[in-house]
Each structure stands twice: as C-alpha cells, then as structure tokens.
Ligand binder design. Sequence first.
Ligand SMILES: [Zn+2]
Length: 296
Amino acid sequence: MKQFTYKAFKAQYPDDDACLQAILERRYGKAEACPNCGIVGKLTKITGRRAYACKEGCHIYPCVGTIFEHSSTPLSQWFHAMYLLTATRNGVAAKELQRQLGVTYKCAWRIGHQLRILMTERAKADDPGQLSGHVEVDETFIGGRKHRTKKRRHGDKSSKTVVMGMVQRGGPLIGKVVKGTHTMSLIPQVMENVAPGTTISTDEWKPYKHLPSLGYTHFRVNHSAEEWVNGIHHTNTLEGFWSHLKRGIRSTHVSVSPQHLQKYVDEFAFRFNKRKEPAEMFNRLVRQVSRAESSS
Ligand SMILES: [Zn+2]
C-alpha cells in the first residue's frame, strides 16, 4: 500500500494559495485560457482574495458554488481536515478536528459533517453497480444501550440499529442501514445490490434461505453451531469491517443516531473500498469538493 504521509501532503498543499490552485485546476483543468472570456494566458492570483484575474481583467472565483464559498475557515484547514478524514483508519471525531485544526468545536463539527456528505456522494458516484462473483452478506447491530432498565411496551427488542453489509471478495463493500433483520428488510437489499447468479455466503439467519429461489447460489455457515468457516464460505471480511466500524464509532463518535449512521457507514465503506490507494482517496475528495453546487 502506498502511503500518503502528512509530510507529502504538506509539501503538496503548503498554504491557502496551493489549495485554491488545486480547486481551480480541478474545476477548469490546467487553465491555459480564461474560463470566462477565453483569452489565452495564465491566470494571476489576486492577493488576499480567493480569486484569479485574467489578462482582460475578468475575475475568476474557483470557490463559488462549493462548500468553501461561504466558509471563513482557511482553505488549508479544510484540506487538512480532508487529509485527516481520508488518511485516518478510524475516521476523525469533531473533537479531534477541533484539536488538530485549532478551530471551535462547532466549526470542526461542520467541516467534518460537510466533508462526510461529499464522501457519501463520491461513494455514490463510484457506484460499482451490482456486486458479483463471490459475495458475503451479513448484518449487525450498532449503538443503543447495553443496559436497558425498562422494556418498551411494544416488544422493542433492542434500541440498536441494524446495518447490513454486502462485500464482494477482493472487491467493493456496500453498507446499508436497514429497518430490521426480517426478510423484507434484508432480501430486497440483496436483490438490488447483488447480481443474480452470484455465489453468496451468509450465516444461518433464516431470511437468507430465500436466496436460492431468487437465483443465487447460497452457502451458509452455521454460527450457532460454532461453525465459522466452511471452506471458502465465511463472512470474515464483513466481521472485520463490523469490528472496525464499531471500534471507530466508539472511539471517535460518542454516539451515532440512526439517522446519521448511514453517513458513517458510507464513510467507512468509502475508506474500505479505497484502502489500497490512500493518496487517490484524497485526490478524489479534492475533486469532489471542487465541484460547484455541492450540498452545503
Ligand atoms: Zn477573462
């Protein structure tokens, strides 16, 4: 794995101007001509502003329409946050961003939140389509309280949220927050995200018994009988992802509400899917933040 060290990052993005230049280039290419009037020639950075001028006097604002437009946080701090978000295995909590960037907690939270939205969009844009080959499918419970004092009246078994995972061996992972562990929560996700004819390994959870009738080749591992691996059939890739996700959430995000959980799952899936190319992961995020009309 090729590391993208902090030193390499700082060498590439030493200050606000370098970051602005990166955004300009992602938006307009290596602008050899003014994107406004088309006159050929290098654009000149206007001192003290996030803007460039062409020879004819047009002003170009690369940040307009991006998450940076109305942000008074220096671009170098945004880039630093992007570096931390992509380079850190377990994600970065707002508290840690606050400490590393030297900004207020509110500002750090906002930066993290906006970048996560972009990572989610990026993950969607990278949509691998349906998984195929050999796929592991599994679900897990996240969050909630360990010690409940009172049971809720309507048979609420747990205040935990169910996350379902599907991972192609040697390929991408898709994580979805679902309503429960019953057939109608799980099976439609498989049908949507896994190509027919795919070999699927699961545990013995009942809803998965429908898979063969839907055109999948299905193998189960009987976890309740202490069987964890049956030849090539196991869900160890997902088990690894779950423990990583849970550890990350525990150590960085004090509590994750079900509404926000999908964003965290996407963030972890994004990193998992780009685990072999951390520098590329950062570049993709830069490309994503440089797009106009991104959500803010
Ligand atoms: Zn011009």
